[in-house]
Design a protein around this ligand. Sequence first.
Ligand code: F6P
Ligand code: MN
Length: 281
Amino acid sequence: MILFFAENGQEIKNGFLKSQNKAGTSNIYGEEQMALDKWADEVLINGLKKTRLVRYIATEEQPNIIEIDNPRNQFGVVIDPLDGSSLIDVNLAVGTIIGIYPGTVLDKGENMIAAMYILYGPLTTLTFTTGNGVHDFVMGEKGEFYLTAENIRIPDGKIYAPGALRKDYLPAHSKFIESLENDGYKLRFSGSFVADMHQILHKGGVFTYPGIKGKEKGKLRLLFEANPMGRIIAEAGGAISNGKKDILSILPDAIDNITPVYAGSKKEIGLIERYTQELSV
Ligand code: F6P
Ligand code: MN
C-alpha cells in the first residue's frame, strides 16, 4: 500500500509541470481548489479504484466516503492529496498526507495502522510509519525511493511554527507563544503543514494551528491532516494535542471534523496542556 502511494507520489510530482490554473470550484470547506488538488485527488482515487487495495476512501476534496466494490482488503484510507496547495503558484514545498486504518475511517488516530506523507520540495521525500519506527526516503531520478533516515526520533529543538493571527489568540495560547518566545524559540511557518511538520520532526520544537476567537475548533482537519501527521510524530517520540488532550484519542463523528493542533516534542505539548488547564479553572 505504501508502495502504491509512493509510485503515485512520483506522478503527482510530475503533475506540477502541468496546469496550475484555478479549478473554479470549492471543496467542502468552501476553499477554492487549485486544478492540481483535484487532479492529485483523482489520480489517487482512480488508482485505488483500479487496484481495489482498500474498501473505504475519504479525501479532503470529497464530501463523502467512497466505498470500493469488491475490495481486496477491508482497509480505510484518509488522504489529503495536496496539502498547502495555496503555495503551488509560488513554488514552495507542498505534500501528500495518507493515513491507513484497518476498517472504517471514522476511527481514532491511535488505531491507524500506517501513516505517511510525501513532501515535494527541492527533493521529493517519503516519510512513513507502520508502528515500527519512522523512516525517511528520498525519490531518485526514476521514481525509486532510497532510505535516508531510519528510526527517526524528534530531537530537542527551539523552533516554533505558529498558524493563525496573533490578534485572535485565546489566553492559554497567548501564554504558550509568549513562553516559547521568551525561551528563544525561532519562528518558522511556511503555510504548508507537511513541510512545517517535517522540519519539526527533524529539528524539534512545535507546530501549532490553534483554536482562535470565533474559530475555537481551529482550522486543520482531524482525519486528513492532524491524525496521520500526529501518528508519525507520536511514533517518533513526540506528541499531538488539541491543547487539552491527545488528538489520537478522539473518535471523529464526521469526515470534516476540524481540531486545534499542537504537534511536536512532548515538552511543548505538556506546556500548552498545562496552560489550558490553569487558565480554564
Ligand atoms: O491545509 C491547510 C493548510 O494549508 C496547512 O497546510 C497550513 O498549515 C495551513 O492551512 C495554513 O493556514 P493559513 O493560510 O491560515 O496560514
Ligand atoms: Mn491540507
